[in-house]
Design a binder for this molecule. Structure first.
Ligand code: CA
Ligand code: CA
Ligand code: CA
Length: 273
């Protein structure tokens, strides 16, 4: 008994430690006033176009310098000829400690996210395309996709760049077809939570371990974090119920951080017309 308990304590310590490591890692990447990845909004640009002020996650004002070696890309912007940085644009940059920029992506100003109603979970891909194409242009712009399907100033610039094969700044129907499957709420809404559970439970012991869970949770190096969060009773495995609660939190956007909830509330009040 004693041995068992100490093993359990050891496992607990190890898993607590790995959560901490994961958090520290996430922090240093794009959060904090000294992070090397800067995600935010362009709030100022000098006459030479080399000095940029970027408001990072609405919190820190970052002073960045672009130089001749900087890789500059414009993603999701229409007019190919005269692309230039403008105040209000989204920015994702990787920079050195001194603020000199290695690479930077400028994206259109998205504004507040305004996720489609719960009916989005039952839509076909074609219906989602139609519901998102608010200006009926028969294409999905960067702004339309970010606003209604996937709001991620950090991850979406790279995803959009990859999926916009012809680089014209919008998704046509064929390009769009590959996009929803990259979005976790969409992917998980394609099946009932219990079906997901049964499919993932490979050894059929009515529990999901971390490896089995990774079939459901595809967020790369964050899988462990998600697993820990989903494992409400901290038993080290997920019951069918815990799994269903987790899936619902992704598809319905529940169980968010305080900050995210506050944000959602603001969005709701602003778009209640
Ligand atoms: Ca459109
Ligand atoms: Ca395109
Ligand atoms: Ca299992």
């Amino acid at each position: 008994m004693k041995v068992k308990r100490s093993i359990r304590t050891f496992l607990f310590v190890v898993s607590t430690f790995s959560i901490l490591v994961a958090n520290v890692h996430a922090q240093s990447n794009s959060k904090g006033k000294d992070s090397r990845v800067v995600v935010g909004t362009l709030t100022g640009i000098d006459a030479t176009g080399a000095k940029l002020d970027v408001l990072q996650s609405g919190e820190y004002l970052r002073k960045l310098q672009v130089n001749a070696k900087t890789l500059v890309q414009f993603v999701g912007l229409l007019s190919k000829g005269e692309q230039k940085p403008e105040v209000g644009m989204g920015v994702k940059a990787t920079c050195e400690k001194d603020g000199s920029v290695k690479s930077i992506i400028f994206t259109p100003s998205v504004g507040e996210p305004a996720i489609l109603g719960e009916e989005r979970l039952k839509m076909t891909e074609q219906e989602l395309f139609k519901a998102t194409d608010k200006d009926a242009s028969n294409s999905i712009s960067y702004v339309e996709f970010s606003k209604y399907i996937y709001h991620s100033p950090k991850h979406f610039p790279d995803l959009f760049r990859k999926l916009d094969k012809d680089g014209d700044g919008v998704f046509d129907a064929a390009e769009f077809a590959a996009a929803p499957s990259k979005v976790s709420w969409w992917q998980l809404s394609r099946r009932a939570p219990d079906e997901w559970f049964i499919q993932a439970d490979e050894n059929m012991n009515s529990m999901l371990d971390l490896e089995e869970f990774s079939l459901i949770c595809t967020s790369g190096n964050h899988v462990e974090n998600h697993f820990e969060r989903a494992d409400r009773d901290k038993s080290g495995s997920l019951t069918q119920r815990e799994t269903a609660t987790y899936i619902r939190s992704v598809t319905h956007g529940k169980a968010k951080s305080k900050k995210q909830r506050k944000w959602d509330e603001q969005v709701k009040t602003q778009s209640s017309d």
